[in-house]
Each structure stands twice: as C-alpha cells, then as structure tokens.
Design a binder for this molecule. Structure first.
Ligand code: SF4
Length: 241
C-alpha cells in the first residue's frame, strides 16, 4: 500500500499503517519493549517511561506507547541510553516502593541489572494499608502510580470514577474523593481495578486474608457483603446469613 509508513526498528525494516505507535510497530517486528503503565485495554498515557526508545536524530527519548511512527525513522529499542534510562527509573521505583509482589517489574530490573541500593537512604512510600470494605484491600506502599486502576474505573471501562490521583510530587497517590472509605464512594466493586493492578497494591480481600493465615470460615464471615433490604436477587438464598 502506498500510504504505509516505512521505518526500521533495531535494524529490522518494516511497513506499518499510519497512526501505528512505535510500541505496536515493535510488537509487529517481534521486539519486546518493556511496559508498566501501558495496558492493552486502556488508553496509553506514557506515564511510566519504561517503553522509551531512541530515534536517530531526535532530541531525547520517546515513549513508544504514545509516539506514532514516522516515515524513514530509525528506532533503537535497547540502545545504551535507553537501557540506562530504564535502569534509573526502575532503581528509583524500587528504592521508594515495595515491589515484592510485582514479578514483572522485578524481571525488568534483572534484565537491565538495576541496583536500587544506589538510591537507598531516601524517603520511601509507606502509607497504611486501607482495609475498608469486604471486597478488596488497598496497599499503596506497593503502588507504582501506573494509573491503570483509575482508567478502568473511569472512561476506559466502568464509568464509575471512584478512584483518581491525589496529592502532588513524591506524595502523589491514588485515592478517593475526600479520602472517603470505598463504601462511601461511587465504587460498585466490579473488581476491574484489582484485575489490572500489576503490583499487588490492590488485592481481593479473600486472597489477602488467606495470605494472613485467616481460617476459611472466618474469611467467609468477613467478606460476605451485607444484603441490602428489599434487594433480594438470584442466589440470595445461598448467601443469606
Ligand atoms: S493501585 Fe495498582 S493499578 Fe492503581 S495506580 Fe497503583 S499500581 Fe497501578
């Protein structure tokens, strides 16, 4: 097709449709570009900067998830500058956030030989674990601010708007309006935020309690949602207490 864009990625020539992002083009070429905030079912925002690539002749590095292909571009996805940028981002993340339940991020760290101890001794994020509803817990000490949960809660899926950014700079966090407990927000407990969280910051309450060694019967008691008066539905007879 005449309107296709020709470019090279890591020396590999390819043709892609106009509007294709560099991340999609790399995927078409079979090249793995690491991502944290990018998620195939949500709008790309270029927040985490893990997917940065180097374009010959361009100033700085470009986030591949939000940068469209250009005719004749020569892209490097793993140049020394790119790897150094990813390593620094991961080191700063690991020095401030608990990544113990983020295996994909830890794998990326191994790939670039990240040494978070370079940033040891600084302030770390240690907000208290929020356990305010029967469905899921929020442990923002593990949050990397990828924004996936906010996006699925809003226009990308649920249109519920229970979650958003709060705070500024280092103290930016995910939260609710006026820090309300989840049952006092517009949350409908669809669970999509838990499903897209890559770090274990959001976790199903039953999974969390099992990890804490709580007995299954006690877990059932703690996680059974109270039936709302006048709203009996299919299956209520099975869960009525
Ligand atoms: S809670 Fe999870 S999904 Fe939400 S921003 Fe933090 S890491 Fe991302």
């Amino acid at each position: 097709m005449t309107d296709e864009i020709e470019l090279s990625i890591d020396g590999q020539q390819l043709q892609v449709a106009p509007g294709t992002t560099l991340l999609e083009a790399a995927e078409q070429a079979g090249i793995d570009v690491p991502v944290i905030c990018y998620f195939g079912h949500t709008t790309a925002n270029g927040l985490c900067r893990m997917c940065v690539v180097e374009t010959k002749g361009a100033r700085g590095l470009q986030p591949a998830c939000v940068t469209a292909v250009k005719q004749g571009a020569e892209i490097q996805t793993h140049s020394p500058d790119v790897v150094r940028a990813r390593r620094t981002i991961l080191e700063m993340l690991a020095a401030t956030v608990d990544l113990s339940e983020a295996p994909e991020v830890r794998r990326m760290m191994d790939q670039v030989e990240a040494r978070p101890e370079r940033f040891a001794g600084g302030e770390t994020r240690q907000p208290p674990l929020l356990d305010d509803n029967p469905m899921y817990i929020r442990d923002y000490a593990k949050c990397v601010l990828c924004w996936r949960c906010v996006q699925v809660c809003a226009e990308d899926a649920q249109y519920t708007y229970a979650l958003n950014f709060t705070g500024r700079g280092f103290h930016t966090s995910i939260g609710t309006f006026f820090d309300k407990a989840m049952p006092q927000t517009t949350c409908v407990f669809c669970g999509q935020c838990v499903g897209v969280c890559p770090t274990g910051a959001l976790k199903g309450k039953r999974e969390y309690l099992l990890e804490q060694g709580v007995a299954p019967e006690a877990i059932f008691q703690q996680t059974r949602a109270p039936r709302r008066a006048g709203r009996r539905g299919m299956g209520d007879e099975d869960v009525a207490g």
